[in-house]
Every structure is written in C-alpha cells, then in structure tokens.
Design a protein around this ligand. Structure first.
Ligand code: NAP
Length: 277
C-alpha cells in the first residue's frame, strides 16, 4: 500500500482505520474487534482514535485489538482541547496510554482548538515527546490561520499532521490548507472520507463505480487517496467494509473519472472556512 512520509522521515500507510463510535455497543464489540484486526492484517496499520470517542471506550477497544501486535501499529489518539494545557496533556496522555495498553502513542493530536494557548499545548507535547510517551504530535481541525499561528510558537513547526474533514463533497481545503500543508510537509489526515449519507447515493460516484465494477464509496476513498501526502482514515465496523476500503486503495482513477467528480463537486474557487464535524 502507498505510504506517506512524515516530515520526520518516517513512513506511515496512506490508508488507516478510524474508530469514532466503535466501542459504543456491547453487542457489536466482537465484530468491531475482528474488523480492526482484519484491517491490520490487510496493512491498514495506522489506527486513529481519541479520548473523546465513547469517553475512552474506543481507546479501550483499540487497546484490546492491538494487544500482542503493538509494534505493527502506528497509533494515533487525540486530546480534548479542555485538557490541552501543559499539565493537562500529561494527565490525559497517561489516561490514554492506560486505556490503550501501551507505553507510547505514535501521533498525539490536539482534537480541535480551544481556549488553551497553542504555545502551552506545544510545550506539553514536547515534554511528552522528550519523556518517550509520544513519538510525534500534530493537530486537528486547524485552518491555515491557526496553522500559521502554530508555526510561530516555540517548536510549533514540529507539528507533523493536521487531521481535517476531506472527501469529494468537502473540498474547501484544496484552496489553501492543502497547498499550505504541502509546502510545510505537514501530512493531511482526511477524516470522514466516506460520508455515506452524502456520497453513497451520489449519481456521479455511482456512474464511475458502475464503469469500474466497484462501489461508490470505494470511488470516494480512491479519490481522497489520489493525492500524495494525504492519509485517509475511514471507519468500518464490518469485515466486508474494511475489505472494500482496502481494495479502494488500489483503484487508480483516470482523468475522465476525475472530471466527472469535478463536475459533480466543483473544486473551490475561493476561501471557504474549514468545515468540521
Ligand atoms: P467515515 O469513515 O467517512 O464513514 C463511516 C461510516 O461508513 C460508517 O457508518 C461505516 O459503517 C461506513 N462504511 C465504512 N466502510 C464502508 C464501505 N466500504 N461501504 C459502505 N459503508 C462503509 O466517517 P467517520 O467515522 O466520521 O470518519 C472516519 C474517522 O475519522 C473516525 O472514525 C475518526 O477516527 C476520525 N474523525 C476525526 C474527526 C476529528 O475531528 N478529528 C471527526 C470525525 C471523524 P460500518 O461501521 O457499519 O462499517
């Protein structure tokens, strides 16, 4: 599978696994665990979670899924903005490590911007990195102006990734944030790359899918993955879905497919405020 090289030189898979709402339902636990492990078997070894998801339930489930396989995984989790002070990130990280059953997080993200000054959060992340509790840090839901501000605080340029909403129906970042991230070698992690409610029944995606004998959401995922430097983290809790998602990483869309998508979802011609879910 294609990789994305972080600015630190480490390569991670371009296709990972999301976990929002995983771990919410006891009766789905077995299948969710099997699905996550199947994803690892298929090479989707980047796993994205957050302390927010099920208030720790998703991290616990991820911890169980990766037990005995920790070294295969690039583990991403996120801290709530209200925990993002220097002391707060240390405490939140310790709780996440415990739930995840590991001694290190590979990438620790600020979930969205809150009232804690960015310089305090960065100082907290740097201290966690020096102590070996996290290997890299980044942010989520930060637009260009926030990224510029972040770059200006001490060690702010060490941010390796910005996790943002990106799929064919949410192209705003193509105008400015994606180019900014390309220039600064900041990886873009595309969240909600499938957005089934908006994309599963879209005519253009259906037309391309029919042409290629695949499913419309696989076309959406292949489209997100077409850009170098972009990591996609679809969430699946059923084995057939994770298999389809893995297969989508091998679909190479042609110029005619991209033109069909551009006609249905025109690329941005001016600045749009960053959308968030
Ligand atoms: P998504 O991955 O775009 O869509 C998830 C939905 O798609 C689930 O209902 C899933 O169903 C379904 N699905 C998955 N694969 C499918 C397939 N091949 N065919 C048909 N349906 C399929 O949305 P998301 O969960 O919102 O986003 C992905 C991840 O990004 C999250 O889980 C989370 O880790 C992260 N995220 C981050 C933020 C942030 O603020 N940083 C915000 C939102 C999300 P099943 O579960 O039934 O398989």
């Amino acid at each position: 599978m294609r990789g994305v090289t972080l600015k630190t030189g480490e390569a991670v898979p371009a296709l990972g696994q999301g976990t929002w709402h995983i771990g919410d339902r006891r009766d789905r636990r077995k299948e969710e665990l099997e699905t996550l492990r199947l994803g690892l078997d298929l090479g989707m070894t980047l796993v994205d979670t957050a302390e927010m998801y099920g208030e720790g339930a998703a991290e616990e489930l991820v911890g169980e899924a990766i037990r005995g396989r920790r070294d295969e995984v690039f583990l991403v989790t996120k801290v709530y903005p209200h925990n993002a002070s220097r002391a707060g990130v240390a405490a939140a990280c310790a709780r996440s490590l415990k739930r995840l059953g590991t001694d290190r997080i590979d990438l620790y993200l600020l979930h969205w911007r809150g009232s804690v000054p960015l310089r305090d959060t960065v100082a907290g992340f740097q201290a966690l990195q020096r102590a070996g509790h996290i290997r890299h840090w980044g942010v989520s839901n930060l637009d260009v102006d926030d990224m510029e501000e972040l770059s200006g605080v001490p060690d702010g340029e060490r941010c390796v990734a910005d996790q943002v909403l990106y799929n064919p129906a949410r192209r705003g970042i193509e105008f400015d944030l994606l180019p900014w991230c390309d220039r600064t070698r900041t990886a873009v992690m595309a969240y909600t790359p499938l957005e089934p409610d908006r994309l599963a029944r879209n005519r253009a995606l259906q037309e391309i899918a029919a042409r290629r004998g695949v499913a419309p959401l696989q076309v959406a995922l292949a489209w997100v993955l077409r850009r170098p430097g972009v990591i996609a983290i679809p969430k699946a809790s059923r084995p057939e879905h994770v298999r389809q998602n893995r297969a989508a990483a091998d679909i190479v869309l042609g110029a005619d497919d991209l033109a069909t998508i551009d006609a249905a979802f025109p690329p941005p011609q001016r600045k749009r405020a960053l959308e968030m879910l």
